[in-house]
Write a protein that binds this ligand. Structure first.
Ligand code: SF4
Length: 161
């Protein structure tokens, strides 16, 4: 796998196949987070993603669980996310679970119908950077959500599946 930056993923994803679909974080402003500060955010071209999928397939890979990198992959457009999910299902028929990092804002920017569609296409776990239950701390850390917004978006994503 070609990878730019420091690999960081939730412990529950330790045995997932990590498929990079972007470099860095499109937000990249949280004061405590140094993971991607040195990187300029960019989406990896679709041809490059497909080449990586084919490389793993040709090596005999057919992962059950896939983690999409990097910092907030859920922020990508619906069109792009659906194309990536489609490629995964075409080439990895054993895959039952596609997971990724997300922000509260990423959720807010997707409609209820879009959230449901992504669930239907195999998205199962979003790792959401809530970070704190105190609004003053969230402001201090330059998170782009309030606690109330976080609660609201979590309810929406639960309703979507
Ligand atoms: S949204 Fe996540 S990955 Fe991006 S800067 Fe904040 S903590 Fe880091």
């Amino acid at each position: 796998m070609q990878y730019e930056g420091q690999i960081c993923r939730p412990p529950m994803e330790r045995s997932s196949y990590m498929l990079p679909v972007a470099v860095g974080c499109s937000y990249n402003l949280c004061t405590f987070c140094t993971l991607f500060k040195h990187l300029k955010y960019r989406e990896i071209p679709m041809e490059q993603i497909e080449t990586e999928i084919l490389r793993v397939k040709e090596a005999g890979g057919n992962p059950k669980q896939i983690f999409l990198g990097d910092g907030n992959a859920f922020g990508m457009s619906m069109e792009r996310l659906l194309r990536i999910l489609e490629l995964i299902h075409i080439h990895f028929p054993a895959c039952t679970e596609i997971n990724m990092d997300a922000t509260v804002t990423n959720l807010r920017e997707k409609s209820d119908t879009e959230l449901k569609r992504l669930f239907e296409e195999g998205v199962r776990n979003l790792y959401l950077g809530i970070e704190s239950g105190c609004d003053d701390v969230l402001r201090f850390m330059k998170k782009d959500h309030t606690l109330t917004e976080a609660y609201r978006e979590i309810e929406r994503v639960k309703t979507a599946g």
